[in-house]
Write a protein of this length. Structure first.
Length: 318
């Protein structure tokens, strides 16, 4: 069996390939592991592809793949990417990473942001910068019961974030295309009803043709006045101009954005200096190499035994 690894960065590819080689014996897998970058020759020996954001040429260069293991949660770079059209075979099984340590990081990220807003820590940060001692202000204080958390998207990661907030005693609402029963989380079937009750909206839906600009003027307007937005999914879910308008008009109290329509966020973009926007550079849920490798090889071992694996992309979904 021959595995081929590809990412946009040769050093990262080499690191992943080395981790795979070292872990193979633990899964009783005998395989050689190659590395591929744009410009290298085609390799018809490759049985399985593994990696993140491979170049569209990766697939024609490896015509005999039996599956591709995506070393991340999002599949938009493969399935919602015009450059892949005619290159990524329509019947190639794609297996995404499921949590593998991302859920904890994303949950911590969201909890950090929510608690920071709730207790108004930015006020004390700016007071310290001015050397000012400001008193606690009851009028500005928010309570847990005012911070109803709405999690949009209840896949592996959304479920984890929702469960953690529920475990912390917050009121948590969930919405997704399919009804999901999660303990402590109230599923709200209509998007409009869900948005209208979400004081904090956390986006964890995939970026597909049907979720493009899901948050735009009309849907942002459905959120309660004073709502906060946390986007840790993909920038394409939000119409950025409409978001700035909703913040400037005072309808939204703040936005914490980890993902953007264009990454890196271009210099001079409104978000950099906007007083109500917190920008982080797509760090809310990085792939952790070791758990990712373990999970992918565990699934590969199952595939080789003819057993079902979870995390298989639904290629028919819009
Ligand atoms: C990161 O953005 C991922 O999709 O894993």
């Amino acid at each position: 069996m021959h595995l081929v690894v590809s990412t946009p960065d040769a050093a990262e590819t080499a690191q992943m390939a080395a981790a795979l080689r070292a872990a193979l014996p633990r899964f009783d897998l005998q395989a050689t592991v190659g590395e591929w970058q744009e410009g290298l020759p085609a390799d018809p020996r490759a049985d399985y592809g593994i990696g993140w954001k491979p170049s569209p040429d990766f697939f024609p260069a490896h015509p005999n793949l039996k599956a591709f293991f995506n070393a991340g949660a999002g599949l938009d770079h493969l399935l919602n990417n015009p450059a892949m059209t005619g290159r990524l075979p329509g019947d190639l099984p794609i297996i995404r990473l499921e949590d593998a340590g991302m859920g904890q990081q994303m949950s911590d990220y969201c909890r950090h942001q929510v608690l920071d807003w709730m207790y108004g820590f930015s006020r004390y940060r700016s007071a310290q910068a001015r050397g000012a001692w400001v008193d606690w202000d009851e009028a500005q204080a928010l309570t847990r019961s005012q911070m109803t958390i709405g999690v949009l998207g209840l896949g592996v990661l959304g479920r984890r974030v929702a469960q953690d907030f529920a475990g912390d005693g917050f009121t948590v609402l969930g919405h997704a295309r399919q009804v999901r029963a999660i303990e402590g989380v109230r599923f709200v079937p209509r998007l409009g009803d869900f948005l209208a009750q979400s004081r904090v909206l956390i986006l964890l839906v995939p970026s597909t043709a049907s979720t493009h600009h899901l948050l735009r003027a009309e849907t942002l307007a459905l959120l309660p006045r004073g709502a906060f937005l946390i986007n840790i999914a993909r920038g394409a879910l939000v119409n950025e101009g409409d978001l700035v308008a909703a913040l400037d008009q005072g309808h939204l109290a703040g936005a914490c954005l980890d993902v953007f329509g264009q990454e890196p966020l271009p210099p001079g973009h409104r978000f950099w200096q906007h007083p109500k926007v917190r920008v982080t550079p797509h760090i809310s849920g990085p792939t952790l190499l070791q758990p990712a490798v373990e999970q992918m090889l565990g699934k590969l071992a199952r595939l080789r035994q003819g057993l079902p694996v979870s995390g298989l992309a639904d290629r028919s979904a819009p």
